[in-house]
Design a protein. Structure first.
Ligand code: FAD
Length: 426
């Protein structure tokens, strides 16, 4: 991996400037070394530094270069599994703390933004999850009821209620998750860097960790700059950009591409009638579409992409067509930005935490819902690093590579074809 500039995107064009994060120039010691400068690593760094630990974050490119600086900015405090399903899978004793952590994860994001004065256009107007089919609306209403039983502010919405919020009657219904909201994700990432630095954390960009070696009671990290870090504990937080640093880790996730387009700022009554209350939105299909407006009134649409990185505007045509089909009243749209990034999909659709050696923690696999979850994960990993006996809500598992992972591009292509068939049938 060679250090690269941020890929062009709406977020890269509109975020406040990045705080300085120069490459690691001199070898040093730290209590905790964090590999990866996204939400997971930076939230862990901030919470560790807040507790007085000496933290060093090493990022191969610049913080936010990965998914954290490229995502849809939808802060959703949910997993792919519903609360009752989590209780069935894990039993109530293990599931309830997990459900609480997930449920509180958007609060954590918005609290951090407020507490550290992060300039990232936060809005907290809820998330609409929508279905095209009458048949699936009951399931979404049941989801709303499950979260409401656990204290979340939710609303079950019928076709007319969705149409009033959305500006289209395409959807048969859905639900509103009042805990959710939207942010400018690269601005949030940079705000986390600034906050962590303010608390004493060292954050270095342009510094790839090339090897980790156990030496006595410590970890020794070699880096692309030639300088090294020695630390008691290490967190690997490389998600969809995981390489060969830890044996087998890359093979535990499918690094799928998600693509996004953003229109130019929209004006006029037709544009104002779309999401007038400022919610974020996504469909509940297996191959979901996610959309929202940004602070300047651009419409963003995200969804699946092919495994390879996009080669040009034609690779985004399916998203532009989806947006224009959804809101034909806007007429032909002009697009200002098109970009993509990698999410980490796990086999069980759960985030994964591994502790494969003394002092080594790995956290990844947010399945496209990592703004709130990765921020929460970072906080809980930090607490566990400070006190091994601390309550830890996320399941810890051994590293289990996905069989025949070398075929991941075919898994993803096959999954896209299969899911698209199922979506069409339903
Ligand atoms: C297009 C897109 C849209 C998305 N939309 C949403 C959304 O709307 N809502 C939501 O909740 N989630 C969304 N997600 C998912 C979310 O962005 C991720 O789950 C989250 O950012 C993961 O954060 P992270 O810190 O674990 O990983 P990342 O942000 O991917 O960071 C990993 C970092 O590790 C670095 N790295 C890798 N190897 C090394 C090494 N050896 N040495 C040093 N550094 C290394 C990489 O350069 C990278 O910057 C989306 C993702 C994408 C790609």
């Amino acid at each position: 991996m060679s250090a690269g500039a941020l890929p062009p995107s709406l977020w890269a064009a509109t975020a406040p400037p990045a705080p300085p994060t120069p490459p690691l120039a001199e070898s040093r010691r730290a209590d905790v070394l964090i590999v990866g400068g996204g939400f997971t690593g930076l939230s862990a760094a901030l919470h560790l530094a807040e507790a007085g630990a000496q933290v060093c974050v090493l990022e191969a490119h610049e913080p936010g270069w990965g998914a954290s600086g490229r995502n849809g900015g939808q802060v959703n405090p949910t997993l792919k599994h519903d609360p009752d399903e989590l209780v069935r899978i894990f039993g109530a004793e293990r599931a309830e703390p997990l459900i609480d952590a997930v449920s509180g994860s958007a609060d954590l994001v918005f609290d951090l933004i407020a507490r550290h004065g992060i300039d990232c256009q936060p809005v907290r107007n809820g998330w609409l999850q929508l279905s095209y089919s009458e048949k699936d609306v009951a399931g979404l209403h049941a989801r709303a009821a499950q979260w409401a039983r656990r204290g979340a502010r939710t609303e079950a919405l019928d076709r007319a209620a969705v149409a009033a919020r959305l500006g289209t009657d395409t959807f048969a219904g859905g639900w509103l998750d009042g805990r959710a909201g939207g942010i400018q994700p690269l601005a949030y990432t940079r705000g986390l860097v600034r906050a962590a630095q303010g608390l004493g954390a060292a954050v270095h960009g342009g510094t790839e960790v090339t090897a980790l070696e156990r030496r006595g009671t410590h970890w020794h990290a070699s880096t692309s700059t030639g300088a090294s870090v020695t630390a008691e504990q290490v967190l690997i937080a490389t998600n969809g950009y995981t390489g060969a640093l830890w044996p087998g880790l890359k093979r535990t996730v499918l690094a799928a591409n998600s693509f996004i387009v953003a229109t130019e700022p929209l004006k006029g009554a037709a544009a104002h009638a779309i999401l007038p209350r400022g919610e974020t939105a996504s469909t509940s299909q297996r191959l979901l579409l996610y959309f929202r407006k940004d602070a300047q009134g651009r419409l963003l649409m995200g969804g699946r992409g092919h495994f390879a990185d996009p080669g040009g505007p034609a690779d985004f045509a399916h998203l532009e067509r989806s947006l224009e089909l959804l809101f034909p009243q806007l007429g032909p749209l002009r697009y200002e930005y098109r970009w993509a990034g990698r999410i980490a999909v796990t086999r069980d659709f759960m985030p994964h935490v591994h502790t494969p050696a003394p002092g080594m923690t790995i956290a990844l696999g947010y399945n496209g819902r990592g703004i709130a979850l990765a921020t929460s994960m970072g906080r809980h990993v930090a607490a566990r690093m400070l006190d091994a006996g601390a309550d830890f809500p996320y399941p810890v598992s051994p590293i289990r590579p996905i069989p025949l992972h070398g075929l991941q591009r075919f898994y993803i292509a096959g999954g896209v074809a299969w899911y698209s068939l199922l979506d069409r049938l339903s």
